[in-house]
Design a protein around this ligand. Structure first.
Ligand code: SF4
Ligand code: SF4
Length: 481
């Protein structure tokens, strides 16, 4: 034992204890490390949970272990910050780093869409965009200015990412093609790597577009809500006609012919569409998606399609069933398509402890058809949230204000929550829609977030014990989505 801790009195620090694969772990907060407990360290934590103890008192209370083993376990717990002295650790508060280089650019090529999905945040009752008088489609000059701005403000990064978004992204496919060529040449000239992805409703896919996406290794996420009766509940054309019959054959063709990147489905769960297992089986087994991610609709609780607390409980039950299937597959070394688990496990594995819930306004920005810069694609065309313009770059004061509001230190309700390294208060956009402030924690989701994080910790721990090689897959997984 070190002299510095020899005579001190110890108490538990901040952690979440869990069991996995028959072993005991703690998830350390705020460092976000996962620490496996041996028998003696587990007993020490039991005793400290009841009352503070000194090292000598612990050795006396644990006569079944040699004092040296108790002191060693205590030292390990102290060094990993699972326990602390009354003085605490005095960790300096993290601040938003000044001039953090960008890593991802989301280009909203158009704010127009050929569908009228009733829950859409761009057009529904929670719309925050103010597109009147602004261009509906991005033009070439704005697109090249946006790429040039992105390359300038990402100085120092070797690998970059551009995502194309809409409205419906493919309504401006000619511009997308030109941007890919322009940005790729620019990256090659600067010796940097650049990859692309897009999100689409799949209605406008053609064999030529699919060929282009495959040849250029462009990752594709398709917004789709499951089998026909579920997808067509809310994903409709302006006539009210469902979109499933149009997109299903196109999606099958995309999956058959685009083999250079995994193709993902993104499902929006609503009060009407929440049968997670049925949706997952359809999208993977009948259509053939390699990744499926689910997100509950992010609207005000008043909306008819908003999922209430009991609906969320049912969703979490189904998530649990699917997540345990993911675990079983992982233990057998197989890939499972439930990407919500992969995303959370990647963050746990990498020890991510977030100052902010996501990269919005930090490593990631959205650019709208007008060239306005926003924290992310969901704030595009919303004047109060504009952070600058691609012609002159980011307004650093506005960026600092957005990041300070969204920083975990500004969210007092989160300060005693063990899930904050992963959650950090949740989506800024949803916070604005629900509470009128991008920096407000999404407190309507806390039980859900903690339940989900606890489940993923158990799965992570069990994989770490029984098939640790599987976790190598997450070493380099991207964290900015
Ligand atoms: S929003 Fe809720 S779950 Fe998330 S960090 Fe804050 S208190 Fe925890
Ligand atoms: S989590 Fe919310 S704020 Fe962050 S990038 Fe996604 S939509 Fe934007």
């Amino acid at each position: 034992m070190s002299a510095a801790v020899d005579s001190a009195v110890y108490r538990p620090a901040e952690f979440h204890r869990f069991e996995a694969g028959g072993r005991q772990f703690v998830y350390l907060v705020p460092s976000a490390g996962v620490f496996e407990l041996n028998e003696v360290s587990g007993r020490i934590l039991d005793l400290l949970a009841a009352a503070p103890h000194s090292a000598e008192m612990l050795a006396e209370r644990l006569p079944q272990y040699a004092p040296r083993d108790v002191f060693e376990a205590l030292e390990e717990l102290y060094q990993s910050h699972a326990i602390q002295t009354p003085e605490g650790f005095h960790e300096p508060p993290q601040q938003p780093p000044p001039q953090f280089p960008l890593q991802s650019l989301v280009l909203n090529l158009t704010n127009q869409c050929n569908l009228s999905c009733q829950y859409c945040y761009e057009f529904g009752e929670d719309k925050i965009a103010t597109p009147d008088g602004k261009p509906k489609f991005m033009d070439w000059e704005t697109a090249t200015q946006a790429v040039d701005y992105f390359f300038r403000d990402s100085a120092g990064r070797r690998s970059l990412h551009i995502t194309f978004f809409g409205g419906e992204t493919l309504m401006n496919f000619p511009l997308l093609k030109r941007v890919v060529e322009y940005a790729r040449n620019k990256a090659a000239g600067e010796g940097r790597s650049l990859d692309f992805s897009l999100t689409t409703n799949a209605t406008l896919l053609t064999p030529q577009i699919i060929q282009f996406l495959s040849e250029n290794q462009i990752g594709v996420t398709v917004s789709i809500d499951g089998p026909k009766e579920m997808n067509d509940a809310l994903r409709v054309f302006s006539t009210g006609k469902g979109s499933y019959d149009i997109i299903a054959p196109k999606v099958k063709q995309l999956l058959a012919e685009h083999k250079t990147r995994p193709i993902a489905a993104r499902v929006t769960l609503t009060a009407q569409v929440a049968d997670v297992l049925k949706i997952f089986r359809h999208l993977t087994e009948e259509l053939g998606f390699q990744e499926v991610g689910f997100a509950p609709v992010t609207t005000s609780s008043k909306a008819l399609y908003s999922i209430g607390p009991s609906g969320l409980d049912r969703v979490l039950e189904q998530f649990r069933e699917l997540a345990l299937e993911y675990r079983d597959w992982a233990l057998a070394g197989r890939h499972h398509a439930f990407s919500n688990v992969s995303d959370t496990i990647a963050e746990i594995h990498q020890g991510v402890s977030k100052s902010h819930p996501c990269g919005a306004g930090l490593g990631l920005v959205g650019v709208g058809p007008s060239g306005d810069i926003s924290p992310c694609h969901r704030f595009v065309d919303s004047d109060p949230h504009t952070l600058g313009h691609v012609s002159h770059g980011m307004d650093r004061d506005k960026q600092a204000d957005f990041l300070t509001r969204g920083h975990i230190h500004s969210k007092y309700d989160c300060h005693s929550c063990w899930a904050r390294p992963v959650c950090a208060g949740g989506c800024h956009h949803e916070a604005f829609v629900r509470y009128g402030d991008t920096g407000h924690p999404n407190l309507h989701y806390c039980d859900w977030i903690r339940g989900w994080t606890d489940l993923c910790l158990q799965i992570y721990g069990e994989i770490a014990v029984r098939n640790p090689e599987f976790l190598a897959h997450f070493d380099r997984r991207k964290t900015l989505q």
